[in-house]
Design a protein. Structure first.
Length: 257
């Protein structure tokens, strides 16, 4: 997707030109460094909350309360994260279960009954659902993709009094065995300034400027950036985040016969 290196915002008021910039950044990744144990095969299940919801709207293990439009965007983003993780695993010689195989597992009698019982109990977690699925499958490892949280983060304040807040997102993944024991966990924060020089040129005397998209300029702090997030940029970021985490997982070099 082409990126804009400069966003120009023209607002009414006194014609005072202000330019704020954000320097290049690097993703912030934290992961467990312990080597994965040996597994008998390379069959793997990649799962997010959307995986279950796409089979049945009743299987909600990570509720979305952001409103219909935002929830639809969240669903697409989780789908992109899952597919990217599957692609990276496949390219590395693993055998991710297909979505058709997962859907078949979800509606199979033992798993469907177990999922209903989890939801009826209340406070059910996505990991508990994942253990039900992986235990009934050929997969030896399940990779759980946690919810994606996009937003604006603080960069260095400018001499002008403005702060430029690039769009960022936080993603977490974890790998578990058939018994639900954690094998690996990783978290990463990515932002638009990881791959592009971002600057905002504003002609305005107001206290804050909040253009939609991949950055926000404000005098009041990035918590005031309430403008809409560009869904295309958010999807680009989550794809990158998923790729980074899955690559880090593969670096643990699980031993396969």
């Amino acid at each position: 997707m082409p990126r804009m290196s400069m966003l120009v915002v023209l607002l009414s008021g006194c014609a005072v030109s202000t330019t704020v910039t954000a320097a290049r950044t690097s993703p912030q990744l934290v992961a467990t460094s312990r080597a994965l144990p040996a597994v008998p095969s390379r069959s793997v299940l990649v799962l997010s909350a959307l995986t279950l919801e796409s089979v049945s709207a009743e299987l909600v293990f990570s509720p979305c309360s952001l409103g219909p439009a935002a929830c639809a965007t969240r669903g697409l983003e989780l789908q992109l994260a899952t597919r990217e993780a599957e692609r990276v695993l496949f390219d590395a010689g693993w055998e991710p279960l297909t979505q058709a195989q997962v859907a078949h597992l979800v509606v199979s009698s033992p798993v469907a009954r177990g999922l209903r019982e989890l939801l009826a109990r209340g406070q059910a977690t996505l990991l508990e659902a994942a253990v039900l699925l992986v235990s009934a499958s050929t997969a030896e490892v399940v990779v759980v993709v946690s919810d994606w949280r996009p937003g604006f983060v603080t960069s260095q304040a400018q001499a002008t009094g403005y702060t430029l807040c690039p769009l960022a997102g936080f993603l977490e993944m974890a790998a578990h065995d058939k018994q639900g024991r954690q094998l690996w966990e990783g978290r990463v924060t990515v932002q638009s300034t990881d791959t592009a020089d971002v600057s905002l040129t504003a002609t305005n005397s107001d206290a804050s400027l909040m253009p939609p998209g991949l950055a926000c300029a404000t005098r009041a702090g990035c918590g005031e950036c309430v403008g809409p997030v560009d869904p295309r940029e958010s999807q680009t970021l989550i794809g990158r985040a998923s790729h980074l985490l899955t690559t880090e997982l593969l670096a643990r070099r699980p031993v396969v016969p």
